[in-house]
Design a protein around this ligand. Structure first.
Ligand SMILES: Nc1nc2c(c(=O)[nH]1)N[C@H]1C(S)=C(S)[C@@H](COP(=O)(O)OP(=O)(O)OC[C@H]3O[C@@H](n4cnc5c(=O)[nH]c(N)nc54)[C@H](O)[C@@H]3O)O[C@H]1N2
Ligand SMILES: Nc1nc2c(c(=O)[nH]1)N[C@H]1C(S)=C(S)[C@@H](COP(=O)(O)OP(=O)(O)OC[C@H]3O[C@@H](n4cnc5c(=O)[nH]c(N)nc54)[C@H](O)[C@@H]3O)O[C@H]1N2
Ligand code: SF4
Ligand SMILES: [Mo]
Length: 758
């Protein structure tokens, strides 16, 4: 990075690193060789949504771009070693080998995993679909099943589509209950809100109340007015007990606007009657009276919103399964019962500017949401939202006999560090006939790839948060031009994905990508000219195509979506407004968002009601575990980290080692562990050694280890990360322990034994 006097222009763009989507002001200078480089990044004070806020990660996009370990050219594995090749050679290598596998074993012999940064990437948002279609396999996996899938499944059942996810109306609520979320570290998730911490503090400034449920006294819990140190995996019981309290004390009042479109509430209330605070208190580890008070206070608050995140979707009762879907549903039940769904200050549905499945006009009766269109081979795990559980990847590669996955594609994912039972997956990837990765690093996962296709850096492409603005606390839109140009011969990421798709579809290495792109867009336009709600209704397809221009790529598709979206804006309008456009606070959206078969909120969906039986059984078993002194493991995030990557940026990882095992002082004394000593942690599937940090920030019986560490493995090429201490916590998570409704892994609340190492 240069010095400030080098600056010759300022660019504005949205940070693509996490869900907050902060506006950045980027000062660009020129190096001695004349190439442009980033001199400084700070928050864009004029950004309509983030108003200048940013976190330390956002300032490092220049470092990421300049990182010498970031791959600029494709890599092909020759005799077990990765060597740089030109793009042509990489494409031919893939074509030859992928075509043979598909010819000999069919399309189901190919598996694909899409990682988290795909969700922050316009190219991937537009072209992953094309790639999946071209691969033609049902063996699709993604980070969703180690993340938010349960939240979406609950929405699917109750509201009719998995994208109708209510978000807390942060800027207007008077009572916020955060369950298993730590936005002071994560900056928020499934709730796009730059400066989430500031928004929390403003709730308190206006005399509102913030409550946190978390087995750890996280930074967010420290800031909160109340912290309930729940035992991991027991949130469903706490929420059920809140509902039971509301019912018993006559506090259930969904409000007329919801009551009109609600079915099943009485059935749900009846089913939750046994879950009284007094009965669940022992297992959840929170006093019954505290649960009752929380329910009462929320019901009486002028507005309130319960918001659940990673600690709700990926948690389970150690070894007894995950309860992410049930917990997410119970969040909705509490919000509904307290009259907080779809009203100002409550849990609301955004109206995204670029459109989306539930943005169109009036309520339509939908087909409803179902899972199980297909099953995995080995354990018959059901399909959910077009995917199988990430936890099943390894066994589908190694244990499916003639039906095994032989070729595997990863896009923007590092499942060897981020999905359960990593050792098993690491071995499985090593046994493939072909692996192709679209990724910018040679890391723990891509070291297994026969071909690595690197996208340009984050600063070399355009950006629009197509997905995450669907979960925003204000309806805003912001488009970013690329800040830096592409390198000589470097394809854009959409071209990489489209070329890979063309090869998978059998069109060869020289397919005309512009023509393919035209045909994808034409399909969208053809649909819109016959859609009465579209501004293009009744127009000639060719005329609309002409209007959208001839430049292929995601920007043109985005333009189409903006024009047909609810605010009828356009890419040109966003280009004229580099700090974004604000379309205002969230507005009530019932009933138009509903897509259930009945057109109502189907609160007592049979799949959810049936799952209550599983919760009751696990509750009894958990009671026994508790008596036996079982320790459970949870994770945590750090502001200067981003899942398993960005650990090659020195300014973000330097300082004290962060990958420590946090242990409560009482447990440390009992187990013979001291601060700084090494502990051996073992689960059903694995074991590891980590340095102990004795702290009362975790509740007794719980230990915490962050995920995403354990770099420096042979065959990787990340010089800085390799030197950072840490272990891979997913060596301990169990591929067999998941939420059956969503296929999502239990990553929090893992049964472990902890002992001094050695
Ligand atoms: N134990 C435990 N495990 C967890 C979690 C947890 O809380 N605890 N959290 C889970 C969650 S929420 C998630 S989302 C997953 C994340 O899991 P993954 O999505 O599998 O992994 P990431 O660590 O995000 O790795 C991202 C990869 O994408 C590459 N990359 C970055 N940007 C781009 C880009 O623009 N294009 C391309 N092509 N590649 C890019 C990086 O080099 C890296 O290899 O981890 C999950 N795993
Ligand atoms: N700095 C940084 N920011 C990130 C990421 C990152 O890795 N680093 N990752 C991004 C991604 S992909 C995601 S999905 C989001 C996640 O965003 P958040 O959900 O806010 O993530 P965490 O900070 O892990 O917070 C989860 C909290 O749940 C608690 N918890 C664990 N188990 C339980 C339980 O059983 N019950 C309850 N009530 N709480 C529990 C943990 O102690 C932790 O404090 O963050 C995003 N932002
Ligand atoms: S909080 Fe940090 S990483 Fe997230 S968008 Fe803002 S600057 Fe980027
Ligand atoms: Mo995530």
């Amino acid at each position: 990075m240069g010095t400030s006097d080098d600056i010759h222009r300022i660019a504005f763009r949205t940070c693509p690193l996490c869900e907050a989507g902060c506006g950045l002001e980027i000062a660009v200078g020129r190096g001695v060789d004349g190439t442009e480089r980033v001199v400084r990044i700070r928050g864009d004070r004029d950004d309509v949504f983030s108003h200048g806020y940013l976190c330390p990660k956002g300032t490092t996009l220049g470092h990421l771009h300049d990182d010498p370990d970031r791959l600029r050219r494709p890599m092909v594995k020759r005799d077990g070693v990765h060597v740089e090749v030109d793009w042509d050679e990489a494409w031919h290598e893939i074509e030859e080998r992928l075509t043979a596998i598909v010819r000999d074993h069919g399309r189901e012999a190919v598996g694909v995993y899409l990682g988290n940064p795909s969700a922050h990437n316009l190219s991937a948002m537009m072209y992953n679909r094309t790639l999946l279609g071209a691969l033609g396999t049902r063996r699709r996996f993604s980070a969703s099943t180690v993340d938010q899938a349960p939240r979406q499944v609950a929405s699917g059942f109750v509201f009719g589509t998995p994208v109708s996810v209510p978000v807390p109306d942060l800027d207007h609520t008077d009572f916020l209950v955060l369950v298993g979320a730590n936005p002071y570290a994560s900056n928020g998730s499934l709730c796009t809100a730059p400066d989430f911490p500031g928004r929390i503090e403003r709730i308190q400034e206006r005399c509102g109340t913030v409550v946190v449920l978390d087995p750890r006294r996280s930074r967010t819990a420290e800031q909160a007015d109340r912290w309930l140190a729940v035992r991991p995996g027991t949130d469903a019981l706490v929420l059920a007990a809140m509902v039971a309290t509301l019912a018993e004390e006559g506090l259930v009042a969904p409000g007329d606007h919801v009551a009109e479109v609600l079915t099943g509430l009485d059935e749900v209330l009846a089913a939750l009657t046994p879950f009284t605070p007094e009965r669940v208190a022992r297992v959840v580890g929170v006093d019954a009276e505290e649960i009752r008070c929380l329910a009462r206070d929320l019901a009486r608050a002028s507005s309130g919103s319960v918001y659940g995140r990673i600690g709700t979707t990926t948690s389970g009762l150690g070894g007894l399964g995950g309860f992410g879907t049930l917990t997410s549903w119970l969040v909705d039940v509490v919000n509904i019962a307290t009259g907080n769904l779809d009203r100002r200050g409550g849990a609301m549905f955004p109206l995204p500017v670029a459109g989306g499945a539930s943005t169109r006009g009036s309520r339509e009766r939908g087909k409803g949401f179902a899972t199980g269109r297909g099953h995995t081979v080995v354990r018959r795990r059901p399909e959910v939202m077009g995917e199988y559980p990430a936890a099943a990847m390894a066994e589908e590669i190694t244990e499916a006999g003639e039906e095994r996955i032989r070729a595997f594609v990863t896009v923007a994912g590092n499942p060897v560090l981020s999905t359960p039972h990593s050792r098993q997956l690491d071995d499985a990837l090593g046994s493939l006939d072909l692996m192709v990765s679209v990724d910018m690093y040679l890391n723990e996962t891509t070291r297994h790839a026969d071909v690595i296709l690197p996208p340009p850096s984050q600063l070399q492409r355009s950006h629009y948060d197509l997905l995450l603005l669907q979960f925003a606390v204000r309806n805003t839109a912001n488009y970013s031009e690329p800040v830096l140009g592409l390198d000589e011969g470097q394809p854009d990421e959409w071209e990489i994905l489209a070329r890979l798709a063309a090869i998978a579809a059998g069109l060869g290495v020289d397919a005309d990508l512009a023509a393919l792109d035209d045909s994808t867009l034409r399909t969208m336009v053809e649909r819109s000219v016959v859609d009465e709600t579209s501004p293009f209704h009744g127009r000639e397809v060719e005329a609309v195509m002409d209007e959208l221009g001839t430049e292929p790529g995601p920007d043109r598709m985005l333009d189409f979506m903006l024009r047909t979206g609810p605010y009828r804006t356009s890419l040109a309008a966003l280009r004229e407004n580099p700090h974004g456009l604000d379309f205002g606070a969230l507005e009530p959206r019932l009933p138009e968002i509903l897509r259930t078969p009945s057109g109502m909120i189907e609160l007592a969906h049979p799949a959810l009601m049936a799952d209550l039986g599983r919760l009751t059984a696990a509750w009894a078993a958990a009671d026994e575990q508790l008596a036996g002194g079982q320790m459970t493991l949870v994770g945590r995030r750090h502001l200067r980290s981003n899942n398993s990557w960005m650990h090659n940026i020195n300014v973000l990882v330097k300082g004290r080692p962060r990958c420590t095992l946090q242990v409560h002082p009482d447990d440390a004394a009992r187990l013979g562990l001291t601060d700084g000593s090494d502990a051996e942690v073992a689960s059903r599937v694995g074991r590891l050694v980590a340095p102990v940090e004795v702290t009362d920030a975790v509740r007794p019986g719980v230990v915490s280890l962050p995920h995403g560490w354990g770099h420096g493995v042979a065959g990787t090429r990340m010089g800085v990360a390799a030197g950072v201490a840490g272990v891979n916590s997913n060596l301990l998570s169990d591929h067999d322990d998941l939420d059956p409704l969503s296929g999502t892994s239990v990553l929090n609340g893992i049964m472990v034994t902890v002992a001094p190492a050695g």
